[in-house]
Design a protein around this ligand. Structure first.
Ligand SMILES: NC(=O)c1ccc[n+]([C@@H]2O[C@H](COP(=O)([O-])OP(=O)(O)OC[C@H]3O[C@@H](n4cnc5c(N)ncnc54)[C@H](O)[C@@H]3O)[C@@H](O)[C@H]2O)c1
Ligand SMILES: [Zn+2]
Ligand SMILES: [Zn+2]
Length: 372
């Protein structure tokens, strides 16, 4: 069927809204009518070329929610009308990682940027003028309709508004989990969150939820610092130098228990700053992405060894999408996790480029596309 979707034709490039063809779902697949999609920085990395993808044009978007419109033949677990949030990380449920509580590391993730179906690099569900169009993380939430594998969809209760629920598909799980799971924030901790976007704000919420005494948010933009203070930060400063000094002040000179890097375009020196800010046996968590070909981080090997510091990567905040997305939504309905407050502005799909310009200008905690 015909649909409108936002694609990048090359990188560096910009999202352009075009008429796409989206195929009917086959076995093990769903066609979903999108309700809303967050504008995560990771799609911008695809547009800038920081993250190269398997095929262009490439239809973006990986933080979305919608309603199942068609279920493929002989496909169990879903029916028409189900409300779903997409997981940008598929979960097969069978591989070593899925079977041992690391669903975020599912082997199907190897095909995340290929744009095709997981099992066949030549098999696509979207096309433009007869040519294949890649799907971001196999889902492409920047499209009115999309066809996805069941491994990418999580059924959610119907009373949760989809335009808020979409956020748990990436930003919330990633940020909250970076604090709670990856940094293992404990009651009384001093935590630094570096970069207050859709990811960092949820690291702030997660750290506060876990009982941190001091949550120090760092962002060069004043509006971001204000928002961080509203959502759980105890302090908000413009630089890591100030944050490090503050953290030392609270810990008798030792340093932060953890520092979480959620900078939009993460560079090696950001990781170095976070590593320098933590105490002995503390944890620096790297959640942000940048140029993915970049190698090497400036950290003192002596601090790594002799201070026994930990440097921890985090994909979707070390969360298991199938269970943790529902947990996030439960916390939301109980009033213990804020979602409404994360959405600074909503856009139509046609205005997606404006949404990304606003993200770059630091105007949004999260911009969200709302479909009709
Ligand atoms: N690991 C994962 O699973 C995962 C998932 C989603 C997103 N990401 C990545 O996380 C990062 C953040 O995404 P987002 O959507 O929140 O981006 P965003 O652009 O909304 O927010 C990034 C924030 O970083 C701030 N910033 C820039 N330079 C800084 C500095 N030197 N110190 C402190 N703050 C600084 C910006 O002002 C901005 O507020 C991106 O790199 C994205 O690709 C990773
Ligand atoms: Zn994302
Ligand atoms: Zn798996």
């Amino acid at each position: 069927m015909k649909t409108r979707g936002a694609v990048v034709r090359q990188a560096p490039g910009k999202f352009e809204v075009v008429n796409l063809e989206v195929d009917a779902p086959r076995q093990g697949e769903l066609m979903v009518k999108m309700a809303a999609s967050g504008l995560c920085h990771s799609d911008d990395h695809v547009a800038t070329g920081d993250i190269p993808v398997g095929v262009y044009p490439f239809c973006g978007g990986h933080e979305g929610a919608g309603i199942v419109e068609q279920v493929g033949p002989n496909t169990r677990g879903f029916q028409e009308g189900d409300h779903v949030v997409f997981s940008f990380l598929p979960g097969c449920g069978r591989c070593r990682w899925c079977a041992s509580g690391y669903q975020n590391l599912c082997d199907l993730g190897a095909g995340l940027l290929a744009g095709s179906r997981w099992d066949d690099p030549t098999d696509f569900r979207m096309s433009l003028d007869g040519a294949p169009v890649g799907q971001m993380c196999g889902i492409s939430t920047f499209s009115e309709h999309t066809t996805v594998a069941v491994e990418s969809a999580v059924k959610i209760p119907e009373d949760i508004p989809l335009d808020k629920a979409c956020l748990v598909g990436c930003g919330v799980g990633t940020g909250w989990g970076s604090a709670v799971n990856s940094a293992e924030v404990k009651a009384g901790d001093t935590v630094i969150v570096m970069g207050v976007g859709g990811i960092g704000i949820n690291a702030v919420q997660g750290a506060a939820h876990a009982g941190a005494s001091q949550v120090i948010a760092v962002d060069p933009i004043a509006f971001k610092r204000e928002k961080a203070m509203e959502l759980g930060a105890t302090h908000a400063v413009g630089s890591m130098e100030e944050a490090t000094e503050l953290a030392k002040g609270f810990t008798n000179g030792q340093g932060a228990d953890s520092a979480i890097v959620t900078v939009g375009v993460t560079k090696p020196e950001h990781v170095g700053q976070a590593f320098s800010a933590i105490r002995k046996a503390g944890t620096a968590v790297v959640t942000g992405l940048g140029d993915i070909t970049e190698v090497g981080v400036p950290i003192a090997i002596s601090e790594l060894t002799l201070f026994q510091k930990r440097l921890q990567g985090a994909l979707f905040g070390d969360s298991n999408p199938s269970t943790d997305m529902l947990k996030m939504l439960r916390l939301y309905t109980e009033g213990n996790l804020k979602l409404d407050e994360l959405i600074t502005k909503t856009y139509s799909l046609e205005d997606i480029q404006q949404g990304y310009e606003d993200m770059h200008a630091g105007k949004n905690i999260r911009g969200v596309i709302v479909y009709n």
